[in-house]
Each structure stands twice: as C-alpha cells, then as structure tokens.
Design a protein. Structure first.
Length: 283
C-alpha cells in the first residue's frame, strides 16, 4: 500500500516570524503550493492546550491574531497543554509533533542553530537535537548569518545528521545564498534526498535550500542589517527566545521590507521542494 505524501509546517513563523497579515497570507499560500504539488499540508500548532495536526485557515488566523500566543519549543509543549495555552510551535517542536503523527517531511524557513556565543552561554537551538533525534526530513533555507555556521555543521556531524544542500555546495544563510561552508552533499534531486532518508536507520535528515537568486539579499546587506539588529537587541536587553522574533522585525525595518520579501520567497520555494521529496518518499 502506498502512503500519501504529507508535509508538516510550523507556526512560529506565522505568530512570531512575520507581521500580520503577510503571515496568514503566506501560511495559506504555502499550504496551497503543497497541494498544487500533489501533497497534503499539515500546519502544526496548539490552541487552548490542544495539539492540532493540520490547522484550519480559521485556526491559522487565530494563532496569528490572538494575544499572548506562546513561542513554544519542544520542552514547552507539556506546559502549554497543562495551561491550555495557545502556542505556536518552533521548528524543533514541530518536528517532534510530526514524528509522533507519522509525517516524514517538515518544511520551515530558517532553523535555529549554534549561537555566536555558544562556547560560553550554551545557546544552541533546540531545533538541532530535534532534527538529529526524530525520524523526519527537514527542509529549510539554512540559518541566519549571525549564527555560527561552521559550529552548527560540526554539531550536526557529531550527531550523525546527513546535511544536504539543494543543487549547490554551500550551506545557505537564509536571507542570502552561500555561506562559504560546504556540507559535502550537493542534492541533485528529490529522489536522492528521499533515498538518503530511507537509507538512514533512525533519526533525521536536513535539506538546506538556497533561496531563489532574485529574492536573495546581498550578503553584505544582510550582514549589516543583522549586525545593527543584534546591537539593538543587546542594548534593549533582548535575549533567549525573544531574540529571533526581535531580530526578524528589526531586520525588516532596516532592509525596508526586503528581508520579508526574501522570507516569503524562501518558504514558498522550500514548500515546493519539500512536497517533491514527500512524493518521492511515497513513490
Ligand atoms: N529563524 C528564522 N525565522 C524563524 C525562526 C528561526 O530565520 O521564524 C523560528 C523557527 O520557528 C525556529 C525558531 O524553530 O525561530 C528558533 O528559535 P530559537 O532560535 O529561539 O531556538
Ligand atoms: Mn536560542
């Protein structure tokens, strides 16, 4: 019996990653792209303490507009359930939910990674251990340029995660394309990504897709905006889980909206590639 191709999607990008109404428009457009490619989208979130695998458009709107929606990483899920909270799931939290629901492919924008000062503050995103542990293939556009990319790739190697780059060599930098760090696996096709996932006995696979050239920010533009945003975060005392949402908002202002255009383009692109891999896994 052939299984149906399904693609899981996260909701932190909706509630905390983009402004309203672009967040809802993008979430619904991404679902439609996946349907148009012949797969079924399932956006994940928590409403009133209930884990929902496949939010309705109305529920997506609620997560985007209700006040006080949590940014929920995996360790926060039990508390969100106990408190009957509304919670958007990070990539790592979504991967854990997708694994439990038997969904093989998860599509996101950027993943959390090893932070620039991790060697003394231990700021390593919980996205990474989820990617390593759960039986899910994650499609992303890399990690933001201020993350420690070589340390992130080392972490993934230590934890035995195959990391491929879609039809390119360099691990991408979310808003821009090449980081200068090769992962050693240039993925030519959805069929090969699927075959690698199937050949791995347990745990996940990471597929990093450079965003389309036309929508990419030049690396200097992205780096300059990120540096200013990071300095602003520091002077405003922003840290921990508030940092990524703060930076995304500030970078959008500093780039006069170009970072948001890039973000929307990359998640749409990832959806198309993720749907293709989900179909290859069912072929
Ligand atoms: N990076 C982005 N955009 C995002 C996120 C990360 O460029 O929207 C979100 C994802 O949901 C990711 C989470 O799982 O932030 C990582 O948060 P942290 O860095 O606090 O682990
Ligand atoms: Mn962090």
């Amino acid at each position: 019996m052939n299984r149906q191709p399904v693609v899981a999607l996260e909701s932190t990008i909706i509630a905390h990653g983009m402004p309203y109404p672009e967040n809802v428009e993008t979430a619904l457009a991404v679902e439609q792209i996946i349907r148009d490619c012949g797969a079924t989208p399932r956006t994940l979130g928590i409403l009133d303490g209930e884990v929902v695998v496949g939010l309705t458009p109305d529920q997506i709107e609620q997560l985007a507009t209700r006040p006080g929606v949590w940014k929920c990483c995996e360790r926060d899920i039990p508390l969100a359930i106990a408190r009957r909270a509304d919670a958007a799931l990070t990539a790592g939290a979504s991967i854990s939910v997708a694994a439990r629901a038997g969904i093989d492919v998860f599509v996101t924008g950027g993943i959390g990674a090893v932070g620039p000062t991790a060697s003394h503050d231990f700021d390593i995103s919980a996205d990474l251990p989820a990617i390593a542990e759960y039986r899910v293939l994650t499609v992303c556009a890399g990690a933001k340029a201020f993350m420690d990319i070589p340390a992130t790739l080392e972490w993934l190697e230590t934890h035995r995660v195959p990391v491929g780059v879609w039809q390119a060599d360099d691990f991408p930098l979310f808003f821009s394309r090449g980081s200068g760090f090769s992962t050693g696996w240039n993925i030519p096709s959805a069929a090969e990504a699927a075959a690698v996932f199937q050949a791995r006995p347990s745990g996940g696979v990471l597929v990093a897709v450079p965003l389309p050239e036309a929508d990419a920010l030049p690396e200097e533009v992205a780096r300059a905006a990120i540096a200013t945003a990071l300095a602003d975060a520091q002077s405003s005392g922003i840290h921990g889980k508030s940092l990524t949402p703060f930076l995304l908002t500030r970078i959008k202002e500093l780039t006069m909206g170009r970072s948001l255009t890039a973000n929307i383009a990359l998640i749409r692109n990832n959806a198309r590639i993720g749907a293709g891999i989900a179909k290859a896994l069912c072929a």
